[in-house]
Structure formats: C-alpha cells, structure tokens
Design a protein around this ligand. Sequence first.
Ligand code: HEM
Length: 141
Amino acid sequence: MASTGASGSDGKGQGVAKSVTYYRLEEVAKRNSSKEIWLVIHGRVYDITPFLNEHPGGEEVLLEQAGADASESFEDVGHSIDAREMLKQYYIGDVHPNDLKPESGSKLLVILDFTHHRRCSLRLPISLLYFGKQVLLRRSY
Ligand code: HEM
C-alpha cells in the first residue's frame, strides 16, 4: 500500500510542505504490463502508461523494465536533458525509505569520502614531522 509523508518544508514554518506518496517496491512490481506500467528511476516512481506508445526508443525496452528499477538502463542509454524533463510529468511518488538501496554513484562517493578523510588525518602528523625537522635544523646551526 502507498503511504504519504511530508517533505519540502524547512521545519520553520516558512517553506511550503509538499506531500510525497511513498510506494513499496512490491507494489511497483505489480504494475508490469502494457495496461499499467510503472518504473523506478533513482528512487522515484513513474507511471509511464500513457508514454508507452510515444517512447522514441520503443515499447519493448520499457516493457522489459516494467515494475522494476530502470535507473541503470535509463542512464546506460544516455538520455538527453529533454528526456529527463519529460520524466517529471509521469512522477507519482518516491520509493518507500525502507526499500531504498544505495546506488552505484553513492558507492563512489563513499570511497572518495574515505580517501578525503585519510588525506586529512595524515595532514597533522606530516605537519608535525616537518615542524620537528625545522626545529632540529635550526638547533644544528
Ligand atoms: C520513462 C522514462 C523514459 C523517458 C521519459 C524516455 C525518453 C526518451 C527520449 C525522449 C528518447 C529520445 C532520445 C533522447 O532525447 O534522449 C529516448 C530514446 C531511447 N530510450 Fe528512453 N526514455 C525512458 C526510459 C527508457 C528506459 C527505461 C529505457 C531502457 C533501456 C530506454 C531506452 C531508450 C532507447 C534505447 C532509446 C533510443 C536511443 C537512440 O536511438 O539513440 N528509455 N527515450
């Protein structure tokens, strides 16, 4: 079943709260035919039923992804900015947070973040070594 939640507010009563409908993946998976076709792309759920006959890449590729997470195949094709804009009109909600899995892009971010922290944590000992060397050099003159 779908559930709703609020997002888009800054929590201070200034923003306009937008209500988001959350869908479980098992619910999306049921919409897997040409009569009703839903897809997940980057954690968002799209009802693309009216788009099926209009897709420039053909119906077949969409039916292959019906009811599933099509993020990877959508990106593999290298869709244009126009195609990404078109997505908006078919948006119906987000994947329920309990069903979200990290995407490959975020794996890269974790690795980059890790190396960044390693570099930062090495900075202090290296500075201390350099400073110590300078002190010793001065003493030896
Ligand atoms: C529902 C979301 C989708 C929308 C709005 C969409 C839209 C479009 C558009 C506008 C094009 C024309 C080229 C461009 O502007 O990039 C296109 C081409 C294409 N799309 Fe999609 N598409 C969607 C999903 C998918 C998925 C899931 C696949 C899976 C493989 C796919 C495969 C293709 C292919 C193979 C082409 C032809 C590319 C070419 O001939 O160069 N599309 N799509």
